[in-house]
Design a protein around this ligand. Structure first.
Ligand code: TEU
Length: 548
């Protein structure tokens, strides 16, 4: 079949549609806005776009609360606008991956409205997870579970019954033991595949399957249950039966539709999500949780290339997305000190702590952070596997830490007052021009206000500047197309703990200096560097590509 392996080493660019480009001046990005920027995407040199949810939604969770899986939010356009976007991307040789949210619907979905209007025990309620409350007239929750976003995971509906939600109150979890739920998602997969979509990003892929008897466990019992495939709520082995059914749909198209799992599971549980009998690829968030540190990078790269081999898939690399503090910012924070390395003490969590202080403490080393981010990206783009890039990182954007509370939208802020300021700081609309009411995003102010410093990062400001981050991304992506061959990597002994060097088949070499002192480069023609060389030597926080 045609081009069936396009995804294995693709550079995929994530678009958060409401924050990309606003074509009709309502302050919200939309599909025609994206279509108008296809030339930009084409110049950037990406292989595919991953489009975050654009479906009808009350935006209780940035669109991850879906009212209707087979339509477009009227504020973002129409199905015709969607078809026009697909056509424009395909004409430019760019694939399109859409976001699928199967763990939960929104509370405005027709199914949930029907469930609320139907009695206890009805087929409509069986599409979700309803239980009787405890205590007199069911006034107490059926269990003491907490949701991922904070606060209780059970919500009463007024007749003694409660429904379960892992995320926001407006996101009731679906019952995946219900055959109608299963059939409807197969319908949705075909609906978008028939419209020319090339693949799917599967939200919370380790959710969906649940095993809940009449007696619900307590939160303490849940916490004590190992996540080894038989946990009642997360990463159950039987979730892969669902994906085996989806695979049949994917493989009925030519080329087969692809999927990438968003599954926040332990590394050793990841390979099954990447199985060719299931979704086929899975996000690896290890670099996103690591420091700018040679030893951590080397371990993570070696481990994940091994996992990829085990699953027969290719691995994925991610530094930033719409859920996390941008990596230029993470790398500008001071070293984490003792306890660093994982669990609840990841670099990403440190970034969230910094956000809580509204970016006041500790003082962000902006330039160092960006310099390291550029070095990390150049390293990333030389690795075998797919790279998932988040809109704005190609402009060297930092997180926006100081949004006023009144404009914040993310439910994790509202559910966790004083504990989390949410994820809005990486969702501020992109700057396209140096001036204008929203820096060229549209003709109206953006709904999340852009800071003055966005002017220096506008596409217009960076376009044509040989030193800009945009130029670096464009050159790197173009070279990657020329150089990318087999999915293998050979470490090159650098003689230093703070320098990582590796070669790819065909003589492509990448060297990163994670330290501070300049180091000698191996022999070869220098193709690209993330910062200027100093007297022919590679300075600290810099990556160079060479042809050996
Ligand atoms: O995220 C899943 C998830 O569990 C986390 O990334 C979560 O958003 C984060 O820990 C909260 O601080 C996916 C989407 O990427 C996210 O945007 C949605 O909010 C979430 O699912 C629910 O659909």
């Amino acid at each position: 079949s045609r081009d069936a392996n396009w995804w294995r080493q693709a550079a995929v660019y994530q678009i958060y549609p409401r924050a990309f480009a606003d074509s009709n001046g309502d302050g919200m990005g939309d599909l025609p806005g994206i279509t108008s920027r296809v030339p930009y995407l084409s110049d950037l040199g990406i292989d595919a776009v991953w489009l975050s949810p654009f479906y009808p939604s009350a935006l209780a969770d940035g669109g991850y609360d879906v009212d209707d899986y087979r339509d477009v939010d009227p504020r973002l356009g129409t199905l015709e606008d969607f078809d026009a976007l697909v056509a424009a991307l395909h004409a430019a040789g760019i694939k399109l991956i859409v976001d699928l949210v199967p763990n939960h619907t929104s509370d405005r979905h027709a199914w949930f409205r029907e469930a609320l209007a139907s009695p206890k025990g009805s087929p409509a309620r069986d599409r979700y997870i309803f239980r009787d409350g405890k205590g007199p007239r069911g006034s107490e929750p059926p269990a003491d579970w907490t949701s991922v976003f904070g606060g209780p995971a059970w919500e009463p509906v007024g007749d003694g019954q409660w429904y379960m939600h892992h995320f926001a109150v407006q996101q009731p979890d679906l019952n995946w033991n219900n055959p109608e739920v299963r059939a409807d998602f197969l319908h949705t997969l075909r609906f978008w595949s028939d419209r020319g979509v090339d693949g799917f990003r599967v939200d919370v892929a380790h959710g969906l399957a649940k095993n809940l008897g009449a007696e619900l466990p307590s939160q303490a019992e849940l916490d004590a249950t190992p996540k080894d495939g038989d946990h009642p709520l997360w990463d159950r082995d039987d979730v892969h039966d669902i994906y085996a059914d989806w695979r049949k749909v994917f493989d009925s198209y030519d080329p087969p539709r692809t999927a990438v799992a968003e599954a926040w599971v332990a590394a050793h549980r990841r390979a099954r999500y990447a199985s060719a009998h299931g979704l086929g690829q899975a996000f690896n968030f290890d670099l996103l949780e690591a420091d700018f540190d040679a030893e951590q990078f080397r371990e993570i790269i070696t481990f994940n290339l091994g996992l990829a081999e085990e699953s027969g898939s290719s691995t994925t690399w991610v530094f930033s997305n719409h859920d996390v503090v941008r990596h230029a910012t993470r790398y500008g924070l001071p070293p984490r000190g003792p306890g660093a390395g994982g669990g609840d003490h990841t670099a990403e969590k440190q970034g969230r702590q910094w956000l809580l202080a509204r970016g006041a403490e500790p003082v962000l080393e902006r330039e160092l952070g960006l310099r390291r981010a550029r070095a990390a990206t150049l390293l990333e783009l030389a690795l075998p596997g797919s790279s998932y890039l988040y809109q704005g990182e190609e402009l060297g954007l930092h997180e926006v830490p100081d949004l006023p509370d009144e404009v914040r939208q993310d439910p994790t802020f509202f559910r966790n007052p004083g504990v989390d300021v949410g994820r809005d700081g990486c969702r501020v609309p992109l700057p396209w021009t140096r001036e204008g009411v929203s820096f060229g995003f549209g003709d109206a102010p953006a709904d999340l206000p852009q800071p003055a410093w966005f002017a220096d990062h506008a596409v217009e400001a960076e376009d044509g500047d040989p030193a800009s981050t945009l130029t670096l991304y464009r050159r790197a992506l173009a070279l990657r197309h020329e150089l990318q061959t087999a999915e293998s990597l050979t470490w090159i002994e650098s003689g230093r703990d703070d320098v990582l060097a590796f070669g790819r088949p065909g003589g492509w070499v990448s060297v990163t200096n994670f330290g501070t002192d300049p180091v000698d480069l191996p022999d070869g023609e220098v193709l690209l560097t993330s910062a200027p060389l100093e007297g022919g030597r590679l300075p600290g926080a810099t990556t160079a590509w060479l042809r050996a």
